[in-house]
Ligand binder design. Structure first.
Ligand code: ADP
Ligand code: MG
Length: 331
């Protein structure tokens, strides 16, 4: 019996390279990560940052070059092919952007097939497949063919197929990427609900920061094969660890400054309060200022004085560009 909240997957210093001719691509460059039971984790990063490679290593589809992947406390360094097969069939479920359904079979048969592969047949197979489809809201669509369904419905079938073997972890690689915005939002909520209902770990790859911020308990931000930051959505947004994370998540103004002392930063010869500490006195830093944290006030009350160069209505807010000595602030 595993303890709730214990670490079920541990990645220690995982490296993975791809060699194409003379070119060596570091797809995963010293990645360390602990994943708990019953956690919704987003792997977030731009295209080519190593997200799919990370997911495939976690899922046993790709082998790592060095480091270790520890599953439920056991190192996979000595895993045989049979161990990997068993892990992929019993511990892990996969959902990809392309649904990979068999077109000439019904929805029910598509889900049943996953159980056939695990050696389950007869009434048990039918009952479990039906239940999995009910869980994703397709209880009344069992005998349709994939061609008779919408993209959102087909993705639900793929999710049911991945869940029918009761995996401990569901791996999802940009699963909503092919859906239109409205449907994406609905499916985001639904996936989150399924995760909470089933009480299993979801590892969800996306390049969409808003999706990551709204769905996850933990976000892992990647760039160039390296983890940039791991944290709760609020921490990632409010206290990005570096300029890459600040720039990638939300809008931000990034300026050069100097840490005068803990919680005081100096820019343009003036001191401002800030949230960080632990720097050397007068250490140069990147200062990240979110647009919504800046107030526009009458000139005589302002700390910095600039010129408004554009105002754009965005529905929820106005985006105002202010030129200050050549730097374009977004406010
Ligand atoms: P992401 O999913 O974040 O877009 P990937 O994990 O697919 O990124 O790729 C990470 C890096 O590894 C990229 O530079 C990509 O070109 C490279 N890469 C991925 N798969 C292969 C492969 N099979 N052969 C060669 N290079 C690959
Ligand atoms: Mg990818």
């Amino acid at each position: 019996m595993r303890r709730k909240g214990s670490h079920m997957l541990q990645l220690n210093h995982i490296k993975k390279e791809y060699k194409t001719g003379d070119l060596v691509q570091k797809a995963l460059d010293d990645v360390s990560l602990n994943l708990r039971d019953n956690e919704f984790v987003a792997i977030l990063g731009p295209s080519g940052s190593g997200k799919t490679t990370l997911l495939n290593v976690i899922g046993g589809l790709d082998r790592y070059d060095s480091g270790d992947l520890i599953i439920n406390g056991i190192s996979t360094k000595k895993y045989t092919d049979r161990d990997w097969d068993s892990y992929r069939n019993h511990t892990i479920g996969f959902v990809f952007q392309s649904y990979n359904l068999i077109p000439h079979q019904t929805v029910l048969s598509n889900v049943e097939l996953a159980l056939t592969i695990s050696g389950i047949s007869g009434a048990e197979r039918r009952n479990r497949a039906t239940k999995a489809l009910e869980q994703v809201g397709l209880g009344d669509q069992l005998h349709k063919h994939p061609s008779e369904m919408s993209g959102g419905q087909m993705q639900r079938v793929a999710i049911a197929r991945a869940l029918v073997n009761h995996p401990q972890v569901l791996l999802l690689d940009e699963p909503l990427g092919a859906l239109d915005l409205r449907l994406r939002k609905d499916m985001q909520n639904e996936l989150k609900n399924i995760q909470q209902r089933m009480g299993i770990t979801f590892i969800y790859v996306t390049h969409d920061q808003e999706e990551a911020l709204t769905m996850s308990d933990t976000i892992v931000v990647m760039n160039k094969g390296k983890i940039q930051q791991i944290g709760r959505p609020e921490d990632i947004y409010n206290e990005p660890k570096n300029a890459f994370v600040a720039d990638f998540i939300g809008e931000s103004n990034i300026l050069n400054g100097v840490m005068v002392r803990d919680k005081v930063v100096k820019m343009y010869g003036r001191e401002f309060p800030c949230v960080d500490g632990g720097f050397a006195p007068n250490e140069p830093v990147d200062v990240v200022i979110r647009p919504e944290d800046i107030d526009i006030v009458p000139v005589e009350q302002g700390q910095l004085v600039g010129t408004v160069t554009s105002v754009t209505f965005k529905g929820m807010q106005y985006d105002i560009i202010v030129d200050f000595r050549g730097f374009k602030w977004l406010i």
